[in-house]
Ligand binder design. Structure first.
Ligand SMILES: [Mg+2]
Length: 326
Protein backbone atom coordinates (compact mmCIF):
# COMPACT_ATOMS: atom_id res chain seq x y z
CA UNK A 1 0.00 0.00 0.00
CA UNK A 2 1.07 3.59 -0.49
CA UNK A 3 2.17 5.73 2.44
CA UNK A 4 -0.54 7.48 4.40
CA UNK A 5 1.41 10.76 4.44
CA UNK A 6 0.64 13.59 2.04
CA UNK A 7 3.23 16.17 0.91
CA UNK A 8 3.46 19.27 3.16
CA UNK A 9 1.96 22.52 1.86
CA UNK A 10 5.40 24.08 1.31
CA UNK A 11 6.32 21.25 -1.06
CA UNK A 12 3.02 21.54 -2.90
CA UNK A 13 3.59 25.28 -3.31
CA UNK A 14 7.12 24.79 -4.62
CA UNK A 15 5.73 22.31 -7.14
CA UNK A 16 3.18 24.89 -8.28
CA UNK A 17 5.75 27.62 -8.95
CA UNK A 18 7.02 26.94 -12.44
CA UNK A 19 10.79 26.83 -12.91
CA UNK A 20 10.54 29.27 -15.83
CA UNK A 21 7.32 31.31 -15.60
CA UNK A 22 5.96 32.87 -18.77
CA UNK A 23 6.00 36.70 -18.76
CA UNK A 24 4.22 38.78 -21.36
CA UNK A 25 5.86 42.21 -21.76
CA UNK A 26 3.76 44.79 -23.58
CA UNK A 27 5.49 48.03 -24.59
CA UNK A 28 5.19 50.12 -27.73
CA UNK A 29 8.85 51.18 -27.55
CA UNK A 30 11.14 48.38 -28.64
CA UNK A 31 14.04 49.86 -26.62
CA UNK A 32 11.99 49.58 -23.40
CA UNK A 33 10.81 46.10 -24.33
CA UNK A 34 14.42 45.08 -24.95
CA UNK A 35 15.47 46.45 -21.53
CA UNK A 36 12.73 44.37 -19.85
CA UNK A 37 13.77 41.31 -21.82
CA UNK A 38 17.32 41.67 -20.50
CA UNK A 39 16.11 42.01 -16.91
CA UNK A 40 13.84 38.96 -16.96
CA UNK A 41 15.08 36.53 -19.61
CA UNK A 42 17.49 34.71 -17.28
CA UNK A 43 14.72 33.30 -15.05
CA UNK A 44 11.60 33.74 -17.16
CA UNK A 45 10.20 32.82 -20.54
CA UNK A 46 9.62 36.34 -21.93
CA UNK A 47 7.23 37.09 -24.79
CA UNK A 48 7.14 40.62 -26.23
CA UNK A 49 4.09 42.42 -27.63
CA UNK A 50 4.14 45.98 -28.94
CA UNK A 51 0.42 46.78 -28.63
CA UNK A 52 -2.72 45.87 -26.70
CA UNK A 53 -4.15 44.07 -29.73
CA UNK A 54 -1.05 41.89 -29.98
CA UNK A 55 -1.22 41.18 -26.23
CA UNK A 56 -4.82 39.93 -26.51
CA UNK A 57 -3.81 37.72 -29.46
CA UNK A 58 -0.97 36.15 -27.47
CA UNK A 59 -3.26 35.58 -24.47
CA UNK A 60 -5.73 33.77 -26.73
CA UNK A 61 -3.11 31.25 -27.90
CA UNK A 62 -1.33 30.62 -24.59
CA UNK A 63 -1.94 32.27 -21.24
CA UNK A 64 1.06 33.97 -19.58
CA UNK A 65 1.67 33.66 -15.84
CA UNK A 66 2.10 37.43 -15.44
CA UNK A 67 1.83 40.50 -17.66
CA UNK A 68 4.02 43.62 -17.52
CA UNK A 69 2.11 46.32 -19.31
CA UNK A 70 3.15 49.80 -20.39
CA UNK A 71 0.49 52.30 -19.27
CA UNK A 72 1.14 54.76 -22.10
CA UNK A 73 0.71 53.35 -25.59
CA UNK A 74 -0.88 54.69 -28.77
CA UNK A 75 -4.31 53.28 -29.63
CA UNK A 76 -5.59 51.22 -26.70
CA UNK A 77 -3.47 52.35 -23.75
CA UNK A 78 -2.25 50.05 -21.00
CA UNK A 79 -4.99 51.04 -18.56
CA UNK A 80 -7.68 50.09 -21.06
CA UNK A 81 -5.87 46.83 -21.94
CA UNK A 82 -5.71 46.01 -18.23
CA UNK A 83 -9.42 46.69 -17.73
CA UNK A 84 -10.28 44.42 -20.66
CA UNK A 85 -8.03 41.62 -19.39
CA UNK A 86 -9.77 41.83 -16.02
CA UNK A 87 -13.24 41.43 -17.50
CA UNK A 88 -12.35 38.40 -19.63
CA UNK A 89 -13.04 35.07 -17.87
CA UNK A 90 -9.85 33.52 -19.30
CA UNK A 91 -7.44 36.32 -18.40
CA UNK A 92 -8.98 37.92 -15.29
CA UNK A 93 -6.76 35.98 -12.88
CA UNK A 94 -3.44 36.80 -14.56
CA UNK A 95 -1.55 39.35 -12.43
CA UNK A 96 -0.87 42.56 -14.36
CA UNK A 97 1.92 44.98 -13.37
CA UNK A 98 1.61 48.39 -15.01
CA UNK A 99 4.67 50.38 -16.05
CA UNK A 100 4.24 54.07 -15.23
CA UNK A 101 6.44 57.16 -15.30
CA UNK A 102 8.17 57.83 -11.96
CA UNK A 103 6.97 61.45 -11.92
CA UNK A 104 3.27 60.71 -12.48
CA UNK A 105 1.68 60.10 -9.04
CA UNK A 106 -1.85 60.01 -10.47
CA UNK A 107 -0.92 57.12 -12.75
CA UNK A 108 -0.46 54.83 -9.75
CA UNK A 109 -4.05 55.35 -8.60
CA UNK A 110 -5.35 54.88 -12.14
CA UNK A 111 -3.32 51.68 -12.53
CA UNK A 112 -4.78 50.18 -9.36
CA UNK A 113 -8.28 51.23 -10.34
CA UNK A 114 -7.82 49.50 -13.71
CA UNK A 115 -7.14 46.23 -11.87
CA UNK A 116 -3.33 46.13 -11.83
CA UNK A 117 -1.86 44.13 -8.98
CA UNK A 118 1.17 46.45 -8.74
CA UNK A 119 3.14 49.14 -10.58
CA UNK A 120 6.78 49.50 -11.61
CA UNK A 121 8.11 52.96 -12.37
CA UNK A 122 10.24 53.87 -15.36
CA UNK A 123 13.19 53.93 -15.60
CA UNK A 124 13.17 50.44 -14.12
CA UNK A 125 15.42 49.41 -11.31
CA UNK A 126 16.18 45.77 -12.33
CA UNK A 127 16.40 44.46 -8.74
CA UNK A 128 13.04 46.00 -7.79
CA UNK A 129 11.46 44.82 -11.04
CA UNK A 130 12.57 41.22 -10.42
CA UNK A 131 11.54 41.31 -6.75
CA UNK A 132 8.03 42.56 -7.57
CA UNK A 133 7.49 40.08 -10.39
CA UNK A 134 8.69 37.17 -8.25
CA UNK A 135 6.55 38.27 -5.30
CA UNK A 136 3.43 38.31 -7.47
CA UNK A 137 4.23 34.97 -9.10
CA UNK A 138 4.54 33.45 -5.61
CA UNK A 139 1.28 35.03 -4.46
CA UNK A 140 -0.45 33.68 -7.58
CA UNK A 141 0.90 30.18 -6.94
CA UNK A 142 -0.33 30.41 -3.32
CA UNK A 143 -3.77 31.48 -4.47
CA UNK A 144 -3.87 28.63 -7.04
CA UNK A 145 -2.85 26.19 -4.32
CA UNK A 146 -5.59 27.40 -1.94
CA UNK A 147 -8.14 27.17 -4.72
CA UNK A 148 -7.11 23.61 -5.58
CA UNK A 149 -7.06 22.59 -1.89
CA UNK A 150 -10.64 23.77 -1.53
CA UNK A 151 -11.69 21.07 -4.00
CA UNK A 152 -9.36 18.22 -3.09
CA UNK A 153 -9.69 15.55 -0.44
CA UNK A 154 -6.53 15.92 1.63
CA UNK A 155 -6.06 12.22 2.33
CA UNK A 156 -6.68 10.61 -1.04
CA UNK A 157 -5.93 13.46 -3.46
CA UNK A 158 -9.18 12.90 -5.40
CA UNK A 159 -11.95 15.53 -5.52
CA UNK A 160 -13.80 16.27 -2.28
CA UNK A 161 -17.50 16.33 -1.47
CA UNK A 162 -17.78 20.04 -2.22
CA UNK A 163 -16.32 19.54 -5.71
CA UNK A 164 -18.68 16.60 -6.29
CA UNK A 165 -21.75 18.63 -5.28
CA UNK A 166 -20.78 21.35 -7.76
CA UNK A 167 -19.91 18.80 -10.46
CA UNK A 168 -23.26 17.02 -10.05
CA UNK A 169 -25.22 20.28 -10.43
CA UNK A 170 -23.18 21.32 -13.48
CA UNK A 171 -23.32 17.93 -15.24
CA UNK A 172 -27.02 17.60 -14.47
CA UNK A 173 -27.70 20.91 -16.22
CA UNK A 174 -25.40 20.04 -19.15
CA UNK A 175 -26.87 16.55 -19.68
CA UNK A 176 -30.41 17.93 -19.43
CA UNK A 177 -29.63 20.55 -22.08
CA UNK A 178 -27.99 18.02 -24.42
CA UNK A 179 -30.50 15.20 -23.65
CA UNK A 180 -27.67 12.83 -22.84
CA UNK A 181 -27.42 10.31 -19.96
CA UNK A 182 -25.65 10.92 -16.67
CA UNK A 183 -24.39 8.00 -14.58
CA UNK A 184 -23.67 8.16 -10.86
CA UNK A 185 -21.69 5.40 -9.14
CA UNK A 186 -21.45 5.11 -5.36
CA UNK A 187 -18.67 3.01 -3.89
CA UNK A 188 -18.25 1.74 -0.35
CA UNK A 189 -15.35 -0.29 1.04
CA UNK A 190 -16.77 -3.46 2.58
CA UNK A 191 -16.32 -4.07 6.30
CA UNK A 192 -14.12 -1.01 6.62
CA UNK A 193 -14.82 -0.46 10.30
CA UNK A 194 -13.54 -3.97 10.96
CA UNK A 195 -10.48 -3.18 8.81
CA UNK A 196 -9.66 -0.14 10.97
CA UNK A 197 -10.28 -2.11 14.18
CA UNK A 198 -7.99 -4.89 12.97
CA UNK A 199 -5.12 -2.94 11.37
CA UNK A 200 -5.38 0.54 12.92
CA UNK A 201 -6.31 3.90 11.40
CA UNK A 202 -2.97 4.57 9.69
CA UNK A 203 -3.27 1.39 7.65
CA UNK A 204 -6.93 2.31 7.16
CA UNK A 205 -5.84 5.64 5.65
CA UNK A 206 -3.39 3.85 3.35
CA UNK A 207 -6.20 1.53 2.28
CA UNK A 208 -8.41 4.52 1.41
CA UNK A 209 -5.55 5.98 -0.65
CA UNK A 210 -4.96 2.70 -2.44
CA UNK A 211 -8.65 2.22 -3.26
CA UNK A 212 -8.86 5.84 -4.50
CA UNK A 213 -5.84 5.22 -6.76
CA UNK A 214 -7.35 2.00 -8.17
CA UNK A 215 -10.69 3.70 -8.86
CA UNK A 216 -8.93 6.65 -10.47
CA UNK A 217 -7.06 4.23 -12.73
CA UNK A 218 -10.41 2.86 -13.90
CA UNK A 219 -11.91 6.14 -15.10
CA UNK A 220 -10.36 6.99 -18.40
CA UNK A 221 -12.06 10.16 -19.61
CA UNK A 222 -10.99 13.67 -18.60
CA UNK A 223 -14.58 14.74 -17.81
CA UNK A 224 -15.26 11.80 -15.46
CA UNK A 225 -15.15 12.83 -11.82
CA UNK A 226 -14.09 10.66 -8.90
CA UNK A 227 -14.66 12.13 -5.44
CA UNK A 228 -14.51 11.04 -1.82
CA UNK A 229 -18.07 11.29 -0.57
CA UNK A 230 -17.15 10.86 3.07
CA UNK A 231 -15.55 8.16 5.27
CA UNK A 232 -14.96 5.07 3.16
CA UNK A 233 -17.48 6.12 0.49
CA UNK A 234 -16.55 7.41 -2.96
CA UNK A 235 -18.69 8.64 -5.83
CA UNK A 236 -18.04 8.69 -9.52
CA UNK A 237 -19.86 10.96 -11.97
CA UNK A 238 -19.80 9.71 -15.56
CA UNK A 239 -21.54 11.89 -18.14
CA UNK A 240 -22.62 10.65 -21.59
CA UNK A 241 -22.68 6.98 -20.66
CA UNK A 242 -25.64 4.58 -20.89
CA UNK A 243 -26.73 2.07 -18.26
CA UNK A 244 -24.89 -0.95 -19.72
CA UNK A 245 -21.65 1.01 -20.03
CA UNK A 246 -21.93 2.32 -16.45
CA UNK A 247 -22.57 -1.21 -15.10
CA UNK A 248 -19.53 -2.57 -16.95
CA UNK A 249 -17.39 0.26 -15.59
CA UNK A 250 -18.62 -0.46 -12.04
CA UNK A 251 -17.98 -4.19 -12.37
CA UNK A 252 -14.45 -3.48 -13.60
CA UNK A 253 -13.88 -1.31 -10.49
CA UNK A 254 -15.12 -4.02 -8.13
CA UNK A 255 -12.84 -6.54 -9.81
CA UNK A 256 -9.81 -4.21 -9.86
CA UNK A 257 -10.06 -3.64 -6.08
CA UNK A 258 -10.52 -7.37 -5.40
CA UNK A 259 -7.60 -8.25 -7.72
CA UNK A 260 -5.27 -5.93 -5.79
CA UNK A 261 -5.64 -8.49 -2.99
CA UNK A 262 -5.07 -6.18 -0.02
CA UNK A 263 -5.32 -8.46 3.02
CA UNK A 264 -8.45 -8.08 5.16
CA UNK A 265 -8.56 -11.00 7.55
CA UNK A 266 -11.45 -9.48 9.53
CA UNK A 267 -13.71 -9.27 6.46
CA UNK A 268 -16.88 -11.33 6.48
CA UNK A 269 -16.98 -11.15 2.68
CA UNK A 270 -13.51 -12.28 1.59
CA UNK A 271 -9.99 -12.38 2.99
CA UNK A 272 -9.12 -9.33 0.89
CA UNK A 273 -10.42 -5.74 0.65
CA UNK A 274 -13.54 -5.53 -1.53
CA UNK A 275 -16.02 -2.82 -2.49
CA UNK A 276 -19.76 -2.69 -3.09
CA UNK A 277 -21.27 -0.35 -5.64
CA UNK A 278 -24.56 1.24 -6.56
CA UNK A 279 -25.18 2.55 -10.07
CA UNK A 280 -27.90 4.96 -11.21
CA UNK A 281 -28.32 6.35 -14.72
CA UNK A 282 -30.79 8.83 -16.11
CA UNK A 283 -31.28 11.42 -18.76
CA UNK A 284 -32.02 14.42 -16.53
CA UNK A 285 -35.47 15.81 -17.08
CA UNK A 286 -36.99 19.08 -15.88
CA UNK A 287 -39.25 17.22 -13.45
CA UNK A 288 -36.41 15.91 -11.30
CA UNK A 289 -33.54 17.22 -9.19
CA UNK A 290 -29.98 15.81 -9.03
CA UNK A 291 -30.71 14.55 -5.49
CA UNK A 292 -33.07 11.98 -7.01
CA UNK A 293 -30.04 10.33 -8.62
CA UNK A 294 -28.21 10.34 -5.27
CA UNK A 295 -31.19 8.70 -3.50
CA UNK A 296 -31.44 5.94 -6.11
CA UNK A 297 -27.71 5.24 -6.09
CA UNK A 298 -27.71 5.04 -2.28
CA UNK A 299 -30.57 2.53 -2.41
CA UNK A 300 -28.69 0.46 -5.01
CA UNK A 301 -25.53 0.49 -2.91
CA UNK A 302 -27.58 -0.67 0.05
CA UNK A 303 -29.01 -3.49 -2.10
CA UNK A 304 -25.48 -4.57 -3.14
CA UNK A 305 -24.56 -4.76 0.56
CA UNK A 306 -27.70 -6.69 1.37
CA UNK A 307 -26.96 -9.25 -1.34
CA UNK A 308 -23.60 -10.03 0.20
CA UNK A 309 -21.22 -7.16 -0.76
CA UNK A 310 -18.34 -7.31 -3.31
CA UNK A 311 -20.80 -6.63 -6.14
CA UNK A 312 -22.72 -4.05 -8.16
CA UNK A 313 -26.44 -3.24 -8.15
CA UNK A 314 -27.87 -0.71 -10.54
CA UNK A 315 -31.01 0.98 -11.75
CA UNK A 316 -31.81 3.22 -14.66
CA UNK A 317 -34.33 5.89 -13.84
CA UNK A 318 -37.33 5.98 -16.10
CA UNK A 319 -38.24 9.61 -16.35
CA UNK A 320 -39.05 12.45 -18.62
CA UNK A 321 -36.80 11.15 -21.40
CA UNK A 322 -36.99 7.50 -20.45
CA UNK A 323 -37.81 6.43 -24.00
CA UNK A 324 -34.41 7.67 -25.08
CA UNK A 325 -32.53 5.40 -22.66
CA UNK A 326 -30.78 2.58 -24.44
MG1 LIG B 1 4.83 53.66 -24.08
Amino acid sequence: MTSATTPPLGQKLTAMIKPCPRLLVVDDHSIHAQALLEIFQRDHDVIIASSGAQAFEICRSSLPDLIILDAVMPGTDGLEVCRKLKTDQDTKDIPVILLIAWDDPEAETKAMEAGAVDIITKPINPAIGRARVNAHLTLKAQSNLLQSLAFVDGLTGVANRHRFDEGLEAEWRRCRRLITPLALLMIDIDNFKKFNDCYGHLVGDACLQEVAAILKGQIGRSHDLLARYGGEKFVCLLPDIYFDGALKKAEAMVQAVRDRAMPHTASKTASVVTISMGVAVTIPGPDRQPNALVSIVEAQLHEAKRRGRNQVCGQELAGYFSNSLK
